[in-house]
Write a protein that binds this ligand. Structure first.
Ligand code: GDP
Length: 367
């Protein structure tokens, strides 16, 4: 059959001259996205993007904060400075509990509830151990899937590497940027192991501990100190067959709370139970948080607490700089090594060695 015949307009199997198939990707958008992601923004561009609540720019700005490149760090500091006047106007909530207690499910349920109530939620995380699992805590796509689709939510996976101190710093700075971007509720999640709770506690207004109802082991899995840090202790997964056990655990927790030292905030730790599957109790917990904010704002603890948190960070940073000044000086590295040997060999006491070295250092920098 010749092609002439196929092109016969009277034929039922007419074939028109083809047009080339368009690319499956929207190339204009894809190129724009690529070049946006590759392009360096100026600090002014970052600032104006953040202030108008652009989540893509906010995300890129947090990446800048997380970068260890020196020029990125300089820009990041400038950016934080320009965002600072617009920050601070949020409720900062820390959430902790052992892995599996349901933190991300709870954050999703609470987040959706708050968005329905007109709030804007940013979720950040501290999990220094995630460097081993490449930032799994929030990196896993199935976590908070529904919340992440909300336009009034911003979910940032954990920085995938760094020491606890480094990750904590990045989270503190990210809080500033999120607040400047208009997020009025900041949730910082931590895994309930190690030191990260203390760090999170030192950067939030309200600290919430999630626990599971269990065979009398409530007080074992979590260190007592962490329970005492909590402004609210929640028995989670209080649904189905678990409700009775949750109620029992709740009364045990309430008894334990009586023995806590009174807090400087004037707030007495509350206990409740909730379910993120049925949403029972989510609204009560939010009410408790608002009550806490009310109480601590009216007795001025809220502001005093934020000031002391900032001052603590300032002194930590200053200490680190001071220590760095001595330890990173090449001439001193040798002297430190020498003193180490003298202490190891029992030639000098640790205190005398430190005192002598310190005096040498003071002399050197005062010349
Ligand atoms: P995380 O490791 O603390 O973040 O815990 P996840 O949020 O990943 O939850 C761990 C498991 O507990 C998941 O299988 C959830 O479906 C389940 N879970 C979370 N919240 C609830 C709840 O309120 N009730 C019940 N029954 N299961 C829950």
């Amino acid at each position: 059959m010749g092609s002439k015949k196929l092109h016969n307009t009277n034929s039922a199997i007419k074939i028109n001259t083809g047009v080339s198939k368009p690319c499956a990707l929207n190339t204009i958008a894809a190129n724009k996205y690529k070049s946006f992601n590759r392009r360096y923004l100026s600090v002014d561009e970052y600032t104006s993007g953040i202030l108008r609540g652009d989540r893509a720019i906010l995300s890129k700005a947090i990446t800048l904060i997380e970068s260890s490149l020196l020029d990125h760090q300089a820009n990041a500091q400038e950016l934080i400075k320009s965002c600072l006047p617009y920050a601070g106007n949020s409720i900062r909530i820390g959430i902790t509990g052992v892995p599996g207690v349901g933190k991300s499910t709870f954050i999703e349920a609470m987040g959706k509830f708050l968005i329905k109530n007109g709030r804007k939620i940013a979720v950040l995380a501290i999990d220094p151990s995630s460097s081993k699992t490449n930032g799994s805590i929030l990196g896993d796509k199935t976590r908070m899937e529904e919340l992440s689709k909300e336009s009034n939510a911003f979910i940032r996976p954990t920085p995938s590497s760094g020491s606890l101190g480094g990750v904590a710093r990045k989270t503190r700075e990210s809080i500033i940027l999120c607040e400047a971007a208009g997020f009025d509720t900041i949730i910082v999640e931590t895994v309930g192991v190690g030191q990260s709770e203390t760090e999170v506690h030192s950067m939030v207004d309200f600290f919430l501990l999630l626990m599971l109802a269990g065979a009398g082991d409530e007080l074992q899995g979590i260190k007592r100190g962490i329970m005492e840090m909590a402004d609210a202790i929640i028995i989670h997964k209080a649904d189905g067959d678990n409700i009775n056990r949750a109620q029992l655990s709740l009364s045990e927790i309430k008894n334990a709370i009586h023995l806590f030292h009174p807090s400087e905030s004037g707030w007495i730790t509350t206990a409740d139970h909730c379910s993120s599957l049925t949403n029972d109790g989510i609204d009560r917990i939010w009410k408790t948080i608002l009550e806490y904010i009310n109480v601590t704002k009216s007795n001025n603890f809220f502001f005093k607490h934020r000031t002391s948190q900032s001052l603590r960070v300032f002194h930590q940073a200053l200490n680190q700089k001071m220590i760095g000044l001595m330890y990173e000086q090449s001439s001193f590295k040798r002297k430190i090594k020498q003193k180490e040997e003298e202490v190891s060999n029992g030639k000098q006491s640790a205190y005398t060695a430190a005192q002598e070295l310190f005096e040498m250092f003071v002399k050197e920098i005062s010349v």
